[in-house]
Ligand binder design. Structure first.
Ligand SMILES: Cc1ncc(COP(=O)(O)O)c(C=O)c1O
Length: 365
């Protein structure tokens, strides 16, 4: 058989290690997973109620166009319904954009250390990824602009950036958008939008009126706590959304995902409470890293990338043995680990385990 040549050496995506696997392998009863930027507070109670009721409809296909959810979200965002597309997570929206817009030999620009799904989807379509080094963990928008050629189709900007947690500001984004050629799509991935507390962070939905080439991605997986239900979305011009819709599978999101997202949207108190608790967690972790003399990037997400001064894989193992799962394996930052913000108890357990791993003879477990 003859697979597409560009996928033959594509690695399979490695997600954070599942809790059950770690418990089984190490014989641990308590395991804390701070590896996949999940919401440690779960999801809104309103979601649990609607999920119970939805069990009666397991045999029915979902509404392929997610009509009711689209109407709710359009009202929530202040956009038209035909400006929204849903995917099985924003992961799928990324794949759909690549499928709709990229062909062999196209160029697509992204940071050298960012969410890996942009590059893997560009690879699948045979496009060339131009990776622009981050500067101090932040997107180098000028550097990205300087790489635009006649072949450039898409620029991916992850804001806040995963894994560094850094943001680009409103002014930086406007200055960038003003200079990107209008036929080059800018995909602004705002998976962590709801967590941001920095006032210089751009409010991008109103910018859609000015920039026809802007597509915004958000998700219900992070602050809304619905990662297992796989529902995320893109917002853009109707013409662009329509093209992406043309390559979408008919029933790409589930009834559970749609109904849960509708309920989750109604509970903005839950969102605010999670944002506040996350900010306290970030403040706590950053203060502890300061105390331990560890460099970190100032994060506006629900995770922090911290320098541990040894190969991240070693630290991963040392923490795993203490029942804590974090995320190692960032090519540009081989001696950093990414830790998701947990509950206060989880954060304290992580810091204790980290201290022990850094200084086994000096600290108690
Ligand atoms: C920056 C970024 N974008 C998109 C996603 C995909 O999220 P989902 O497919 O669950 O919506 C993630 C998940 O970690 C992410 O970090």
């Amino acid at each position: 058989m003859k697979p597409k040549s560009q996928i033959v050496h594509l690695p399979v995506y490695k997600p954070g290690k599942p809790i059950e696997e770690v418990k089984r392998e190490l014989g641990l009863s308590e395991v804390i997973k701070l590896a996949s930027n999940e919401n440690p507070y779960g999801s809104s109670k309103l979601v649990h109620d609607v999920i119970q009721k939805e069990l009666a409809h397991l045999s029915l296909y979902p509404d392929g166009s997610a009509g009711e959810l689209t109407a709710d979200l359009a009202a929530h965002l202040g956009v038209q319904k035909d400006q929204i597309i849903f995917g099985a997570g924003s992961d799928e929206v990324i794949a759909l954009i690549a499928r709709a817009f990229l062909i062999h030999g196209d160029e697509t620009i992204m940071a050298d250390q960012t969410f890996s799904v942009y590059k893997s989807n560009a690879d699948i379509e045979g496009a060339v990824s131009i990776e622009v080094p981050l500067v101090n963990g932040t997107h180098d928008l000028e550097g990205m602009l300087s790489k635009v050629t006649a072949r450039t189709k898409i620029i991916w900007v992850c804001n806040p950036n995963n894994p560094t947690g850094t943001i680009i500001t409103h002014d930086e984004l406007v200055s960038f958008m003003d200079r990107v050629p209008s036929d080059v799509m800018v995909v602004l991935d705002e998976a962590y939008y709801e967590y941001v507390t920095d006032e210089s962070y751009p409010e991008t939905v109103p910018m859609l009126q000015q920039y026809n080439n802007l597509v915004i991605l958000r998700t219900f997986s992070k602050i809304y706590g619905l990662a297992s239900l796989r529902i995320g979305y893109g917002v853009g011009q109707p013409e662009v959304i329509s093209l992406i819709n043309q390559v979408r599978e008919p029933f790409n999101t589930t009834r559970f995902g749609q109904i849960a997202a509708r309920a989750a949207l109604r509970d903005q108190d839950f969102v605010k409470a999670c944002r506040d608790k996350n900010r306290e967690g970030i403040t706590y972790l950053q203060a502890e890293f300061d105390r331990l003399g560890l460099h970190y990037f100032p994060s506006q997400g629900n995770f922090v990338l911290v320098h541990i001064g040894k190969p991240a894989a070693e630290m991963f193992d040392a923490l795993l043995r203490q029942g804590i799962i974090i995320r190692p394996g960032f090519q540009v930052y081989p001696d950093y680990i990414r830790v998701s913000v947990g509950t206060p108890e989880q954060n304290e357990a992580f810091v204790k385990a980290l201290e022990h791993a850094l200084n086994p003879e000096r600290s108690e477990v």
